[in-house]
Design a protein around this ligand. Sequence first.
Ligand SMILES: C[S@@+](CC[C@H](N)C(=O)[O-])C[C@H]1O[C@@H](n2cnc3c(N)ncnc32)[C@H](O)[C@@H]1O
Length: 201
Amino acid sequence: MVEGLTKYTHGGDFADYERLDASDFFNNDHPVNIEIGIGNGEFIESFAQKYPNENFIGFEVMKKIFDKAVKRVGKLETDNVRLIHYDATFFVSILKDESINRFFVNHPDPWPKKRHKKRRLLKTQFIQIMTDKLRKGGELYMSTDNLDYAEEIVENLEGVKSLKCAFDTPYIKELIDYQETKYYRKFAIEGDVHFFKYIKL
Ligand SMILES: C[S@@+](CC[C@H](N)C(=O)[O-])C[C@H]1O[C@@H](n2cnc3c(N)ncnc32)[C@H](O)[C@@H]1O
């Protein structure tokens, strides 16, 4: 069982699955970026416009929210986004190693209650899986509005190999030029957002 898989995941270590080439979703070999938990889709929409020569795959488990994102992204003039209504942890686990340009995990569900913390997405094992899928020099962006989660991420990162922090501190409170999301707007006003940016060695 992969630690860090969410409650939506059917489990398994996926070792026997054939590896998936994310480029197969597109008709080109442009860099592929992944956003996990796209919410209303405004982040992926904005990055897809900003980087028309890169590809984007977004995952969302909640159907109602996913449908909203599909509507929004459907209006884009570029053809560089694919949205998948499924648990990202499964797909990410079966991707080819060193094939992804950037991962974005913006405000994952905080699961603030003590008994629910084990459901958090950003456990050491899942961060390691994302790291394995990143190309050398690829980037992992994570953000959370929950201080306890931020501190857990810092701890969990200690166990991750081949990843280096892009800042002088494990996280920062403001990331210039980053796209706002619905949850960012909800919490930034109180200065409660923690941004992580790590680079694959
Ligand atoms: C708190 S919301 C944040 C949404 C958006 N990123 C934002 O910042 O506004 C977290 C989202 O992640 C989705 N999610 C949680 N676990 C997921 C998973 N394993 N795969 C895909 N989506 C997931 C939830 O359904 C929810 O929409």
